[in-house]
Design a protein around this ligand. Structure first.
Ligand SMILES: [Zn+2]
Length: 417
């Protein structure tokens, strides 16, 4: 048997990173065993899966840059960990090890050192099974201070629970040495017993503290890194029965426009009931004798989609984004939690509807910020973003816990079928 990684360049650099990434793309890394980290607060139970050990190829824990770490995470349906997640993994580890730093020298980042270091860690683990305590390597982590020029690293837990590497933004995206290994949590996680996306949890102001000391994270990727490979497969749509034929209940108030194409899909929440018949009730209100000075193109609940305004006409829903938008009202409340949004068939039904609109109007499947909207970009957005961009309303629907990541993945999946 030849020595491990004999095909890998001995010197650190872009060529070695590319080889490692390609091995992962081809599925030639060692099989990953996943351990479950459990974290609770007064309201929620979150279960996150983390590799038991650092990522190995031919039995060697590979050292990677922040750029490669993010791209491996993309390929394997993961996100970079937060410092809090690394700390939780230390607290819940089955195998406690500590392998300290080497004296810095010119061989810090060679492949020979990578292999030697990995053998030292194997010796410390001594064949024990289960989650390893993070006591031998640092993690590239998600942190609000990371930029396209600076990556954040943290970890290497000492026996007393303090990290050897406190938070540092000293490195660029292309640095690595013997101490940088890959051990990233899966995006697919369980929140209160339901499948959820860790990226949504990290973005959610109410849920993020479960896994983040820095509160909600606006970005859940290392800035400045291109998305690698195939997109993450979204959670199976919850209980979406086949859509019944769309029902048409015309709204009373709208502007006839005969527009050829729309630029935006704008999501709203009705701030009302979401049970059986909820969408019909809203549509009848838009179309009835006591109709408000408002309307939407579609109203969606768990069971059905009701069309109220033709797509080439303009509904009255999001001042500033009416003329160019297609408005979708989701039955529910801007105050509801991620779990509530994920329950029932509403999200999957709305995603299928949105995918059709994006296909018909050639709208890109991306989430627009208020700045994007103000700049005239095309894509998918919320009433809250239109409020911030155009300052013509103060509505904040569909609310801070709307699971945008999951929704966009579902739209992309529906668009592909
Ligand atoms: Zn609204």
């Amino acid at each position: 048997m030849s020595a491990p990684l004999s095909w890998l360049p001995d010197t650190v650099g872009a060529a070695r990173e590319a080889e490692i990434l390609e091995e992962v793309r081809l599925g030639r890394h060692d099989p990953i065993r996943w351990a479950t980290i459990r974290v609770t607060d007064r309201a929620h139970v979150l279960e996150v899966e983390l590799p038991e050990d650092a990522l190995k190829i031919e039995g060697v824990r590979v050292n990677v840059t922040a750029r490669t770490a993010q791209q491996i995470a993309d390929l394997l349906g993961c996100v970079l960990p937060t410092p809090r997640l690394v700390h939780l993994a230390y607290l819940q580890a089955a195998v406690l090890i500590y392998v300290g730093p080497r004296t810095p020298d010119a061989t810090m980042a060679t492949t020979a050192t990578m292999i030697a270091r990995s053998r030292d860690i194997d010796a410390a683990i001594a064949g024990r099974a289960g989650l390893v305590s993070q006591g031998a390597w640092k993690h590239w982590v998600l942190h609000p201070g990371a930029t396209a020029q600076r990556a954040a690293n943290w970890g290497w837990m000492r026996p007393d629970g303090r990290p050897w590497q406190v938070l540092s933004l000293a490195h660029n995206l292309d640095h690595t040495d013997y101490s940088q290994a890959w051990q990233c949590p899966r995006r697919r996680c369980r929140l209160d017993g339901r499948e959820a996306d860790l990226a949504d949890v990290l973005r959610d102001p109410l849920l993020a503290p479960l896994v983040s000391w820095d509160g909600a994270l606006l970005g859940v990727r290392q800035p400045g890194v291109l998305l690698a490979g195939q997109p993450f497969a979204p959670p199976a749509p919850p209980t979406a029965a086949p859509a019944p034929p769309q029902t048409w209940i015309p709204a009373r108030n709208f502007t006839a426009a005969s527009r050829a194409i729309a630029d935006l899909v704008v999501l709203h929440s009705t701030e009302g009931a979401r049970g059986r018949g909820a969408a019909r009730a809203v549509a009848r209100w838009f179309g009835g004798g006591a109709a408000p000075q408002a309307s939407a193109h579609y109203v969606v609940d768990d069971d059905e989609v009701i069309a109220c305004v033709a797509e080439d006409d303009v509904a009255w829903a999001a001042p500033g984004a009416n003329r160019t938008g297609i408005q979708i009202e989701l039955c529910g409340s801007a105050r509801q939690s991620v779990s509530e949004w994920l329950a029932g068939g509403l999200l999957a039904r709305a995603a299928e509807l949105t995918a059709g609109i994006c296909r018909r109007h050639q709208i890109p499947i991306c989430k627009l910020s208020p700045e994007d909207l103000a700049g005239g970009a095309r894509g998918i957005t919320g009433h809250v973003d239109a409020s911030r961009a155009f300052r013509k309303s103060d509505h904040w629907d569909p609310g801070p816990s709307f699971p945008w990541s999951t929704f966009l993945e579902l739209v992309a999946a529906a668009r592909a079928t």
